[in-house]
Design a protein around this ligand. Structure first.
Ligand SMILES: NC(=O)c1ccc[n+]([C@@H]2O[C@H](COP(=O)([O-])OP(=O)(O)OC[C@H]3O[C@@H](n4cnc5c(N)ncnc54)[C@H](O)[C@@H]3O)[C@@H](O)[C@H]2O)c1
Length: 212
């Protein structure tokens, strides 16, 4: 699990640990990921923290090697980590954010997926879950880099699913909908009709749903 130090990654890690998974928790923030490891172990789960920047190919390999050495395999890969792109109008975006967003987003997901692939294939299958975003489908103003990066996550996921389905490796994206208050306020400004009108079930997600 990448991006496991806080937020949704940490919540999903807690949930998977509760379901009996032994977890490698990877995050660029060493303090939060160690804290996540402590929390899961205190709750009776099995977890090992790895301080890793997933934009780095060597670090991705280290994450997978840790799973193999500590737990003897890599059955599930959950790619949550995301570079926090500051909102900016397209004409003002600093190109550095494009590079960082793609490096820690779709490229990192690909590097990790490729590192687990031979082990999943020889084990007879596996699961890869990539955290995407609704913005890949409905971009908002000032989120061009994030929307493009999550669009790449979506295409990457479908491409891998097509290639690796034959090996019983399922590759999916999750678009979580548990928007924090600031996101809801910004959505209200962009869509005065309200975001609920866009939802088939007229509701937003919440943490238990999103962990599931
Ligand atoms: N929170 C939302 O409203 C929302 C909505 C749609 C999609 N998402 C997606 O869900 C995922 C989790 O969202 P969140 O709000 O919990 O994010 P968050 O920013 O709270 O947490 C992201 C985690 O990733 C880690 N991280 C960042 N760069 C990294 C790197 N290079 N290497 C390793 N770790 C790195 C951070 O340290 C952090 O622990 C993200 O992919 C995000 O794009 C979130």
């Amino acid at each position: 699990m990448t991006g496991a130090g806080r937020g949704l990654g940490r919540a999903a890690a807690r949930r998977l640990a509760g379901d009996g998974a032994a977890l490698v928790l990877a995050d660029i923030d060493p303090a939060t990921v160690r804290d996540a490891e402590d929390e899961i172990c205190r709750l009776g789960g099995v977890a090992q923290a790895v301080h890793a920047d997933v934009a780095d190919q060597g670090a991705c390999q280290r994450v997978v090697d840790t799973a193999l050495e500590s737990f003897g395999g890599a059955d599930i890969l959950v790619n949550v980590a995301n570079y926090p792109v500051p909102p900016a109008r397209a004409e003002e975006v600093d190109l550095e954010h494009w590079h960082k967003s793609f490096a820690a987003g779709p490229l990192a997901m690909f590097m990790l997926a490729r590192a687990v692939f031979p082990h999943m294939r020889s084990a007879g299958g596996g699961r890869i879950v990539n955290f995407g975003s609704e913005l890949s489908e409905n971009p908002r103003p000032e989120r061009v880099v994030y929307a493009a990066s999550k669009g790449a996550v979506r295409a990457l996921t479908k491409a891998l699913a097509r290639e690796w389905g034959a090996y019983n490796i399922h590759v999916n994206t999750i678009w979580q909908m548990n928007w924090p208050p600031a996101t809801r306020r910004s959505l209200r400004r962009c869509r005065p009709g309200g975001v609920l009108s866009l939802r088939p079930r007229q509701r937003l997600g919440h943490r238990p749903d999103d962990r599931g």
